[in-house]
Ligand binder design. Structure first.
Ligand code: PLP
Length: 458
């Protein structure tokens, strides 16, 4: 208590000055008189006056004592507006999801299986390494050891060929897309219809013109791409978001040919959850088919490691890499150096690959379980996009309306995300939902699936 007494005193005196109880250059209380008046020690007074003086509320004149500063020029914080602070609370209360027992939320990983002990060990190794350069700003492109690990991993798992110098580390796909838009200045884009919403947000924010071209069951409509006069196409060929469709080889080669015909054309391949393909042969990245550096590859560790590690990466063709180097102003790398080094050790030690192999099984088992439970209701539901990744889509074909589905879900305390990508064919037609299953605990999977069946099946 005693140690905070001087702070209390400082706060009270500061308040008096801020509220205008003194004019500029008025004589301030003498330390001795104030001490006697309040019955507090001179040390307490000294400490409080020190703070006031350091922050510029009062100043001293030799042999004359303390005076109040002209505080008009000081940045003074107004009292907090507690109504504003409580808005978050109100929002939380309004969010009915918090009351749901069951949910199929998107973008959740299963944290139970994350090798947190190993990750802690690598974190300790990074901080114990007696290497204080760790505390300085890192390489603008990202730490070289992480870029090397990513290069090797991409070659082994996705067939992507690149040099570590071509890899740029960033904190999210969105952030790296912002960088790309700068590097591809004067370009116009084609994006998928429907598409991952942040892509549109970035392009809109940066005033980049774009067309949206429909995604068919075997990928974006390439004929439309060829007809358009745009030069950049952003696609998610391994697992289209949100449809879940996979682009076939014919369209992949057609797109590469389209890009190779013109110097300014590029394909941006977003490979965000390709690690988790459960059925059939792994499909190599589109980048692996391209011999003329026309594919800009982008991916993320949000699904394969954990979303809060905030690491995504970009592989730049050499021409764009040169533009990156030539940029006048380059943003400092946004991912903390220590996190990059920890992830690099995680990869180098083989733990990352082991983790991926394990998680592939975990997620495959979850998905298989849900699909098996839903199988008897095939005549009432259509499932799409359930071969890869951590989400799939359900269309309800039994006559229930969207409102009826949502009402029934609410009764079941089930959170359902409506598939409300405005461009999709089924928009405003049959009720459709996008379901994430990654984060559901295995022990509760049956209960979640049962709630889903009770909500959507008649
Ligand atoms: C198409 C697509 N790209 C990227 C991401 C993830 O990006 P980030 O690196 O920002 O977590 C997602 C997440 O679901 C996605 O659907």
């Amino acid at each position: 208590m005693k140690s905070t007494l001087y702070i209390e005193l400082y706060e009270k005196l500061k308040k008096q000055i801020i509220e205008g109880q003194f004019k500029a250059n008025d004589k301030f209380y003498s330390k001795r008189q104030l001490g006697n008046h309040l019955s507090v020690s001179q040390t307490t007074i000294e400490h409080a006056y020190h703070l006031l003086q350091d922050e510029g509320y009062i100043y001293s004149k030799p042999k004359s004592g303390f005076f109040v500063s002209d505080i008009e020029s000081l940045p003074i914080f107004q009292n907090y507006n507690y109504e504003i602070l409580s808005i978050d609370d109100t929002l939380n209360k309004k969010n009915s999801f918090t009351e749901n027992e069951y949910s199929f939320k998107l973008a959740q990983i299963d944290t139970k299986y994350f090798p947190i002990d190993l990750f802690r060990k690598y974190s300790k190794d990074v901080f114990d390494a007696n290497n204080l350069t760790l505390l300085q700003r890192g390489d603008i492109q990202g730490e070289v050891e992480l870029r090397q690990q990513i290069t090797q991993y991409l070659f082994n798992s996705r067939g992507v060929t690149c040099h570590p110098n071509q890899v740029i580390i960033g904190s999210s796909t969105e952030q790296l897309l912002n960088l790309l838009v700068t590097l591809l200045n004067d370009s116009s884009f084609i994006i998928e219809k429907p598409s991952y919403p942040p892509i549109k947000f970035v392009l809109d924010k940066q005033h980049v013109s774009y067309d949206q071209i429909k995604v068919e069951k075997n990928g974006i409509n390439v004929d439309e791409v060829i007809k358009s006069n745009k030069n950049i196409v952003y696609i998610t060929p391994s697992h289209q978001f949100p449809t879940g469709f996979i682009m076939d080889l014919k369209k992949r080669t057609q797109l590469i040919n389209w890009a190779q015909e013109n110097e300014n054309r590029y394909i941006i391949e977003d490979d965000y959850d390709s690690e988790f393909r459960y059925y059939g042969k792994p499909i190599p990245a589109l980048q692996s088919l391209d011999s003329k550096e026309k594919v800009i590859y982008i991916s993320t560790f949000s699904k394969s490691i954990f979303p809060s590690c905030r690491i995504a990466y970009l592989v730049l063709p050499s021409k764009l890499l040169q533009r990156f180097y030539n940029q006048q102003h380059k943003e400092t790398n946004t991912v903390p150096v220590h996190m990059q080094k920890i992830v690099s050790l995680f990869m180098e030690s083989g733990s990352f690959n082991r983790h991926l192999n394990r998680m592939r099984k975990v997620y495959r088992n979850k998905l298989s379980f849900i699909l098996k439970e839903l199988k008897p209701y095939e005549d009432q539901l259509t499932i799409e996009g359930a071969e890869t990744g951590m989400h799939f889509n359900i269309t309800v074909t039994n006559g229930l309306t969207l409102k009826e589905c949502l009402d029934r879900a609410m009764t079941e305390k089930l959170e359902l995300q409506v598939y409300n990508y405005e461009e999709s064919d089924n928009y405003n037609k049959l009720p459709k939902f996008i379901l994430g299953f990654g984060g559901i605990n295995e022990d509760k999977l049956k209960a979640h699936t049962d709630a889903l069946i009770r909500a959507l099946i008649i």
